[in-house]
Design a protein around this ligand. Structure first.
Ligand code: COA
Length: 380
């Protein structure tokens, strides 16, 4: 989009509004760099704790540093009784899990140290996101909250708190690769929100509450649920073409395809499809996995036929749906689980923004009237 005479760019598309060492999105080459590593190099290998350390310190931890950092996070997982009580009230009102997360996260500032709260709060926020989502989930299902297990890693413990039993290695790895894959993605809307809030010298809890609010909107990553519904609607591989054609003929969009930035296959789709294959081979429904492959192949071919030259390729949401479904997560948990991964990236940007110290304060182009004359109420 080209700026008009006053430099206004709708949606700030293409405007560079921050400098970051956290991640780089190259939409034309289909590359995502996180903390200096290609996504495919690091996401399937690192633990989530390692990824978080990398983003917050701009280097990988040593073995001792990782052990200490993981222990610190594990020790901060337990929710305060007031927060748990609030989540219970929220569950009774049948609120969305993203609302539960936003409301509960706001309480975490209660215990923050008065002096130098940022490092403690950053760890506390990352450590408690899974605890909040799992507690809200279990209570909404009429089940008791499961206390965190400090012996389990961050990803494995999240599944444990959701299900009440420790996950297999394949399931924990599947979730860990997902969390690593979505940990950061340039200056997306929720990350920008967090940076703007920190730039006013506000606190990290406020920044993360704002980021959760921005992420809640369906324009920011709401497609994995509909993508999964589409696969189930197709049901069998030989129906893929007919069902997808009828959608395209009706002018519908195929969920899980196309991207504003990526004009080739989203690199996150590549990593998540690998993670999904490993998970389904170890512990899943290979029929569904094969159906998804067929749906993807057919969809990409039909999109080229219906929208030639648009380069509509598989995006992150398509394989997110398959992977999270393979982990037995219900669709309502997809966005909050994304937040469990993204919170580390949000905080990496908060840390960067704090160091930058510059208030983010753009301008608006005034397009209203001028010179209006005041009229008393009786004359309007
Ligand atoms: N299925 C069918 N057609 C699609 C499509 C899809 N998934 N995505 C884009 N198109 C079409 C548009 O209808 C448009 O066609 P037209 O020029 O004939 O009107 C053309 O491709 C370009 O679309 P545009 O809206 O400019 O693309 P965008 O960059 O603004 O949109 C998305 C990006 C993600 C909003 C869009 O691809 C989409 O709606 N995808 C489906 C939802 C989804 O998977 N979202 C998750 C994204 S991570």
């Amino acid at each position: 989009m080209t700026p008009d005479n006053n430099g206004y760019v709708p949606g700030l598309e293409g405007v560079i509004a921050a400098q970051t060492r956290n991640s780089r999105v190259d939409g034309l080459a289909g590359q995502l760099t996180i903390g200096g590593f290609a996504l495919e190099e690091i996401a399937p290998r690192a633990s989530f704790e390692e990824m978080t350390f990398l983003l917050w310190n701009d280097r990988l931890p040593t073995a001792d540093e990782l052990a200490a950092f993981s222990q610190e996070l594990a020790a901060l997982r337990e929710l305060p009784p007031a927060t748990l009580q609030l989540i219970e009230d929220i569950a009774a009102k049948d609120l969305d899990y993203m609302d539960a997360l936003r409301i509960a996260v706001g309480t975490l500032g209660l215990q923050a140290p008065k002096i130098d709260p940022d490092p403690w709060l950053a760890k506390r926020l990352v450590a408690t996101f899974p605890s909040i989502v799992a507690a809200a989930w279990r209570l909404s299902q009429g089940e008791a909250v499961v206390a965190p297990d400090p012996k389990l890693g961050h990803a494995a413990n999240y599944l444990y708190m959701l299900e009440g039993q420790a996950p297999s290695e394949a399931r924990a790895r599947g979730l860990e690769t997902y969390l690593n894959t979505v940990i950061d993605h340039g200056l997306n809307a929720s990350t920008f929100t967090a940076r703007v809030i920190v730039s006013t010298a506000s606190d990290f809890v406020s920044a993360i509450v704002g980021a959760v609010g921005a992420l809640k909107g369906p324009l920011h990553g709401g497609a994995p649920g509909p993508a999964l519904d589409m696969v189930f609607e197709i049901g069998e591989a030989d129906k893929a073409e007919a069902v997808l054609r009828s959608k395209l003929d009706a002018g519908e969009r195929l969920m899980g395809f196309g991207h504003r930035v990526y004009k080739v296959r989203d690199p996150r789709a590549e990593v998540l499809s690998g993670a999904a294959r490993a998970l389904y081979e170890a512990d899943g429904d290979m029929e569904l996995y094969n159906l998804v492959q067929q749906v993807e192949k057919t969809a990409v071919a039909l999109l080229e036929e219906y929208k030639p030259g648009r380069n509509l390729q598989t995006n992150v949401e398509f394989y997110t749906a398959l992977l999270l479904h393979g982990l037995d997560l219900q669709i309502a948990l997809f966005s909050p689980t994304f937040a469990v991964g993204r919170v580390s990236g949000w905080l990496a940007h908060c840390i960067e923004q704090r160091a930058d110290g510059r208030l983010i304060r753009p301008k608006a182009q005034y397009v209203g009237d001028n010179g209006r004359q005041w009229k008393a109420l009786a004359e309007r």
